[in-house]
Design a protein around this ligand. Structure first.
Ligand SMILES: NC(=O)c1ccc[n+]([C@@H]2O[C@H](COP(=O)([O-])OP(=O)(O)OC[C@H]3O[C@@H](n4cnc5c(N)ncnc54)[C@H](OP(=O)(O)O)[C@@H]3O)[C@@H](O)[C@H]2O)c1
Length: 190
């Protein structure tokens, strides 16, 4: 059965990016990229299980900026794979030629069937940002959270998950050290 999984790196004080939407703090950590030896096999296995990626527009714009995918469509597939993605935005944003990208907006519950359909028997990667993940949690469509906690604090930035999810909903299922990162996995209930 398709599960909705939030998998991300975050700072120790719970941010996905700094105030300027930069991830420089992450890339400064030893092993701070998904292809680093301490993450590569885990990340490949995770991606293998994913049928669809869901992302919000800031995350999307960051990916476009970092990869140059509008000019080099191959950069999009290497960043996000050839699998379909759903972009949540209320704006008319440019898309990389040939990308399997469905642009949607509004209440996430209206899009869950289409997202599940495209995922087939695989999982959905809810990439972020945090509020979009919260919208999936509000809709009862968040099954797992995987966080690689970096040894960094920022004091301010884009929040990891700006919702109240109590201990009745979050159950810690695994803790692993991956180099400088603590990889935490939670089952989300309720
Ligand atoms: N550390 C990591 O591994 C990691 C992972 C993920 C993201 N990030 C970073 O974290 C930051 C997250 O930024 P963010 O908090 O602004 O989140 P975001 O989800 O990437 O973008 C938020 C924007 O998405 C659009 N949106 C969200 N929900 C929508 C809905 N239901 N319908 C229509 N549009 C919707 C809205 O913009 P518009 O409607 O105006 O387009 C909203 O302002 C980014 O800088 C990203 O690069 C880091």
């Amino acid at each position: 059965m398709t599960r909705f999984v939030f998998n991300t790196a975050a700072t120790l004080d719970g941010y996905l990016a700094d105030r300027d939407h930069s991830l420089s703090w992450l890339f400064e950590v030893d092993g701070g990229t998904p292809d680093a030896p301490e993450h590569a096999d885990h990340f490949s296995a995770f991606l293998e299980g994913i049928g669809v990626t869901v992302l919000g527009s800031s995350t999307y714009e960051w990916l476009l900026r970092e990869t140059g995918a509008l000019k080099d469509p191959a950069a999009w597939t290497s960043a996000i794979s050839t699998k379909p993605a759903f972009l949540f935005t209320s704006r008319d944003l440019p898309t990389p030629p040939g990308a399997d990208l469905t642009v949607v907006s509004g209440d996430v519950t209206r899009h869950l069937d289409a997202i599940r359909d495209r995922a087939g028997d695989r999982d959905v990667w809810v990439m972020g940002g945090g509020d979009l993940v919260g919208q999936f949690a509000d809709a009862g469509a968040l099954d797992e959270i995987q966080i690689s906690v970096a040894p960094v604090t920022l004091g301010a930035g884009q929040p990891l998950l700006p919702r109240r999810l109590g201990a009745d909903r979050l159950h810690l299922t695994s803790v692993e050290q991956r180099g400088q990162f603590a990889h935490l996995t939670y089952r989300v209930g309720g």
